[in-house]
Design a protein around this ligand. Structure first.
Ligand code: ZN
Length: 352
């Protein structure tokens, strides 16, 4: 197996080790539980994409591909779907829906076999048959190939290459195939760095439920979902250009266009969460005459604010909050409207 993380994914093939998995889950939950609770941002740090990551979903299409696409669309996410050929043949309209929703399509073999035990000609026919099914359903010819379980060898790589596909494994394993909780999936995704790729799966509820928080974390670090370059196998901007400002550490907050006034830091916490709504408390450091811009994820909506004067853009999802003499902490209540996972993104904090 070729995997730095030791995992390889197919949920239906990992039941045997469920007990071991549960124990591992218990052991890691405490350490990982706090990730995603607080969001901190400085001016313009999240307004632009300082880097790109590749979100990938394997083993589809499935019966819940539509639900996955709805969540991805709601969070403005474009991702790469590594489809299984026989699933595409059995549900071509779901594969087409993936492309219609802006997703990129990769080849994940015909029926998820252990391909390293195949001979070259068998590999060739397996991948060719899969490409034909995908092309017939979507009109798109895959340029990326992910071997099932991440298992590969030089013969398989050269077969994929001869069919015009770049092999892509992953940098971060979400462990969703292994029974990971929503918070564990969010924590694992929190390790993603510029250019990296994460393994997730179609057909898993916890994965769908994690996407809002994954995006909030990526946004807070200036990382955006990108495409996987067929030439390098790394995540790049959706149009294929590499990031111009690849950070190796989280954004420092240096704005490309300095604001008229000074800069400040806004930190969000979520002191109250109910079934249908939650409170956000934002504390500003670095000045008293502040302006903080906060973006929501649709269909969430703010219905109450305090200790600040809000105004809204035309979309109704971007709030500009200005100090009103009530101090340096303001708050608001957000109605979830069916999206319980997303949290507001602080876009900027300026003073003066
Ligand atoms: Zn798989």
């Amino acid at each position: 197996m070729i995997s730095s993380t030791g995992g390889s994914g197919h949920p239906s093939r990992s039941r045997a080790s469920r007990l071991t998995v549960r124990l591992a889950v218990l052991a890691t939950t405490v350490a990982l539980g706090a990730v995603g609770v607080a969001v901190s941002a400085t001016p313009s740090s999240a307004a632009a994409c300082n880097g790109y990551v590749g979100l990938t979903f394997d083993d589809g299409p499935t019966g819940s591909t539509g639900a996955l696409l709805n969540v991805l669309r709601a969070n403005n996410v474009r991702a790469t779907m590594f489809n299984v050929g026989q699933n595409v043949q059995g549900n071509p309209s779901a594969a087409r829906a993936q492309v219609d929703a802006g997703m990129w399509i990769g080849n994940h073999s015909w029926n998820h076999a252990h391909m390293t035990s195949m001979g070259q000609s068998q590999m060739q026919s397996d991948l060719s048959q899969t490409n034909s099914a995908i092309q017939s359903a979507t009109g798109v010819r895959p340029q990326l190939f992910r071997p099932p379980y991440g298992e590969t060898n030089s013969t398989l790589q050269s077969v994929a290459s001869s069919l015009g596909m770049r092999q892509v494994i992953w940098d971060v394993d979400s462990q969703d195939w292994n029974g990971a909780s929503v918070s564990q999936i969010v924590s694992n995704a929190g390790r993603l760095q510029n250019g990296q790729v994460i393994l997730m799966h179609d057909g898993i509820q916890n994965t769908r439920d994690a996407i809002g928080q994954i995006m909030a974390n990526l946004n807070s670090r200036g990382l955006c979902p990108g495409m996987i370059s067929p030439s390098t196998g790394r995540a790049v901007a959706p149009d294929g250009t590499p990031p111009t400002n690849p950070p190796t550490t989280p954004p420092t907050g240096t704005p490309t266009t300095p604001p008229a006034g000074g800069t400040c830091t806004a930190t969000a916490t979520y002191p109250n969460v109910w079934g249908d709504r939650y409170n956000t408390s934002v504390t500003v450091q670095g000045g008293s005459n502040w302006t903080v811009v906060v973006a929501l994820t649709a269909p969430q909506k703010v219905n109450t604010t305090w200790n600040g004067t809000p105004s809204w853009d035309s979309s109704g999802y971007v709030m500009t909050m200005r100090s009103n003499g009530s101090g340096n902490t303001f708050g608001f209540t957000t109605m979830m409207n069916g999206n319980s996972g997303a949290r507001p993104q602080i876009r900027s904090c300026t003073t003066g």
